[in-house]
Write a protein that binds this ligand. Structure first.
Ligand SMILES: Nc1nc2c(ncn2[C@@H]2O[C@H](COP(=O)(O)OP(=O)(O)O)[C@@H](O)[C@H]2O)c(=O)[nH]1
Ligand SMILES: [Mg+2]
Length: 426
């Protein structure tokens, strides 16, 4: 029998755009940037975007959000494009969602629903998974509340009259409420023991370099480009990494793990902020953060501030070390759209184009020297019989001197604090 994977879902992205509201909210983000971001978000969970369009809103129709003509026009376009799911890049009430599903005869999800799916797929730590589940339940509960008041209003506004619909909703609310209480207790437990596991949590004995930055900044493109530009580490251990991590060999011969992370999202719904930070937990494990920036984006400065603010907040909460700025390297990506690497004012950062490959050798060298800079010189003594240990030191450190006698090898070596701890634990 043939292995037939289901075809990827075909998605449409519809952006209702209220220019006045966008302006009043202090967002100078353009509809095009917002639409491009939503397309990137959908693509990141494997949806194939076959239709994308901005719909200027004149007034908000309570039942469908979009105007009547827009609902009809979109419906025809969705049928023609043959979509499996329509993503409305806004917050929909349950009633709007249901009405649109009926009008378009397709599954409809809103922005929060899409982001929750992404977080759910990317949560790697126990805390991350719990936090995302909690956000999901709170989202569901808030929607039950809203449809409940809606039903109540239809019946004339007296909830105490009871009725089958209401009973079911109250049961659902109670079950969700109980699950939320249990999840919160479990989260507390995980948080309490987190400090204890710090350090022991690391499963891989190589420096980890994590890519952080906005959605569409080019993290995944850079991840693939760096993997192409450097030698891929062929090692049993690297073979077991999940697809968002890869082993690389830097020019110095140093082996690292490169890790792609979930992207920052503009105007993240507040109820998702905690879940987002939890999915970024792996960043705390990283030896070096590459802050990937799209320097061709009109909001590039605001985006960079957002990213740093979230990392600062994580440091305040104790998830991330205070010295994260010292362990961060800015990657000024999409230099090709700014006239090439030579045209970019680089300051502390390194300009690259993940698309053309320009600047990548310099970036690899910069990663190498940043990792080396964290290292300190120390003296180690190993039995001559410990061939694996000696090889490990050569692989992880920069050996500055060596003295052998009959029984011992004494190495003077530059090692990172993490590697020194790992060596001591051996
Ligand atoms: N022109 C240009 N486009 C790029 C570059 N890097 C990424 N892109 C494009 O930007 C979009 C988002 O890239 P992606 O890697 O998915 O971003 P991510 O969301 O940060 O992972 C894609 O269409 C890429 O082809 C670059 O250096 N130059
Ligand atoms: Mg990506």
């Amino acid at each position: 029998m043939r292995d037939t994977a289901p075809p990827p879902a075909r998605a449409a992205i519809l952006l209702p755009w209220d220019r006045q509201a966008a302006h009043a909210g202090g967002h100078n983000r353009t509809a095009e940037a917002r639409l491009a971001e939503a397309v990137g978000l959908a693509a990141s969970i494997g949806l194939v975007v076959v239709y994308e369009k901005t719909f200027p809103l004149r007034a908000i129709a309570p039942a469908t959000l979009f105007g009547k003509g827009q609902v009809e026009a979109a419906g025809a376009a969705l049928r023609q494009a043959g979509v499996d799911v329509a993503v409305v890049d806004a917050t929909l009430t349950p009633v709007q969602q249901r009405n649109l599903e009926r009008a378009w005869d397709t599954k409809v999800i809103d922005r929060t629903g899409l982001i929750l799916d992404i977080f759910g797929e990317r949560a790697r730590t126990r805390e991350g998974a719990l936090q995302v589940e909690l956000a999901h339940l709170e989202y569901q509960r808030s929607r039950l509340v809203r449809s409940w008041t809606h039903l109540e209003r239809q019946r004339g506004g007296f909830g105490f009259l009871g009725g089958p619909g209401e009973t079911q909703i109250e049961t659902d609310r109670r079950l969700i409420g109980e699950r939320i209480v249990r999840l919160k207790a479990e989260l507390e437990d995980v948080r309490r023991t987190r400090g204890l596991h710090r350090g022991a949590r690391r499963r891989v004995p190589y420096p980890v370099v994590a890519l952080v930055g906005y959605t569409n900044a080019g993290k995944s493109t850079l991840f693939n480009a760096l993997t192409g530009a450097a030698v891929t580490a062929e090692n049993q251990l690297f073979a077991t990494l999940d697809p968002t991590m890869r082993g690389l060999v830097l020019p110095s011969g140093r082996e690292i793990i490169l890790s792609d992370t979930v992207g920052f999202i503009s105007d993240l719904p507040t109820e998702l902020v905690a879940a987002f930070r939890a999915t970024l937990e792996e960043v705390a494990e990283a030896d070096l953060l590459l802050h990937v920036r799209d320097i061709s984006h009109p909001d590039t400065e605001a985006q960079a501030r957002d990213v740093r603010a979230v990392l600062d907040r994580m440091a305040q909460e104790g998830t991330l070390d205070e010295d994260w700025p010292r362990r961060t390297l800015d990657v000024l990506n999409k230099a090709d759209l700014a006239g090439g690497v030579a045209q970019v004012v680089q300051g502390e950062g390194v300009a690259v184009s993940a698309l053309t490959g320009e600047g990548l050798p310099r970036l690899l060298a910069a990663i190498d020297s940043r990792l080396a800079a964290f290292r300190e010189v120390c003296d180690l003594e190993l039995p001559v019989t410990d061939g694996a240990g000696i090889a490990w030191v050569y692989n992880h450190g920069e050996v500055l001197g060596r003295e052998d006698d009959e029984r011992h090898v004494r190495l003077r070596v530059r090692l990172s604090p993490e590697d020194r701890a790992r060596f001591a634990a051996r």
